[in-house]
Design a binder for this molecule. Structure first.
Ligand code: CP
Length: 310
């Protein structure tokens, strides 16, 4: 692959290659000196036109650990505020002979447009309500690390499905890997499309679905979309769809809790569940963000297993 923009362009084998390469980079990250010359001389532009904590910081750290040269660029500090177009901005950056652009943007489709007008490799770091494919890869890594084989796992995705770019790539990625996916949401937060991104089951009843699940993936409630909506209120949401301490007895003894972050504590997750020492892999997901992003950058640039961590 030249780009990572749409996870449905990746096969199960492609995804396994990323996960297995990430394991190799875990060895680097656990050394005393966590840096390898693997991408020495490669220039990566981190173009973040929307806020980010995890994705941005993990890409920057991943680039440093691979010895790439990074340029952090985007948002209100660029000449786009003077009216420069996206295409002119990208062509300007490409005149420097850069190698890769990591892009987050509030508009769906921007990473694909950048790929069309630049010669660089492009990684989608979240575009509008479309996809967030590196999030899907780190989620798969975190689940795979604990559960082993992904095929046949029953995964519930709970919450604001309709507005979530995380879902746009996570649900197809889980299906590619052979998981059985149940979407759980109030009817007002389901997308208009009836197939819900290829999920196997759709329900509005969390308490009925929970006992079956091996993994409970809680989505961030986009609070701005609930405030003032006819249903549910934040309080109703927490009562009906919040993963609370009271709901823990409904879960399988070894069911995992995932969340992409940032968390609204007390809305979709209470602190007891978010910080649960046995079930919550939320900080493991954050760590996996570095490993899988190192792997993806390396593989897109033509890397192979040989000489990986020299
Ligand atoms: N999960 C995620 O994309 O977080 P950030 O918005 O902080 O990058």
């Amino acid at each position: 692959h030249k780009h990572l923009i749409d996870i449905t362009e990746y096969s199960a084998d492609d995804i396994m290659t990323v996960l297995e390469t990430a394991v190799r980079f875990k060895e680097v990250n656990e050394r005393r000196i966590k840096q390898v010359p693997t991408l020495k001389g490669v220039t990566v532009v981190n173009m973040f036109n929307e806020p980010s904590t995890r994705t941005r910081s993990s890409f920057e750290i991943a680039e440093k650990r691979l010895s790439a040269n990074s340029l952090n660029f985007g948002g209100s500090s660029t000449s786009t505020v003077k009216g420069e177009s996206l295409v002119d901005t990208v062509e300007t950056l490409c005149a420097y002979k850069i190698d890769m652009i990591i892009v987050r943007d509030k508009h769906a489709g921007v990473p694909r447009k950048i790929a069309d007008v630049s010669g660089a490799h492009v990684i989608d770091a979240g575009d509008g309500k479309h996809q967030h494919p590196t999030q899907a890869l780190l989620d798969l890594y975190s689940i795979w690390e604990v559960k082993g084989d992904l095929a046949g796992l029953k995964v519930g995705v709970v919450g604001d499905i309709g507005h979530s770019r995380v879902c746009g790539s996570l649900i197809p990625a889980l299906k590619i890997m052979g998981c059985e996916v149940t979407v759980i949401a109030p009817p007002t937060l389901l997308p208009a499309r009836p197939d819900v991104l290829g999920a196997d089951h759709v329900t509005t009843k969390l308490d009925e679905a929970l006992p079956e699940l091996d993994v409970v993936y809680m989505l961030r409630i986009q609070r701005e979309r609930l405030e003032g909506a006819p249903y549910p209120s934040l309080r109703e949401y927490n009562m009906l769809y919040g993963l609370t301490k009271e709901r823990e007895p409904l879960m399988k003894p070894d069911a995992l809790i995932c969340h992409p972050g940032p968390i609204n504590r007390g809305v979709e997750l209470d602190s007891y569940m978010a910080d649960h020492p046995k079930r919550s892999v939320i900080l493991d997901q954050v760590y996996a963000g570095i490993l899988t992003r190192m792997a993806e950058m390396y593989l897109l640039l033509g890397g192979s297993e040989d000489g990986l961590t020299a």
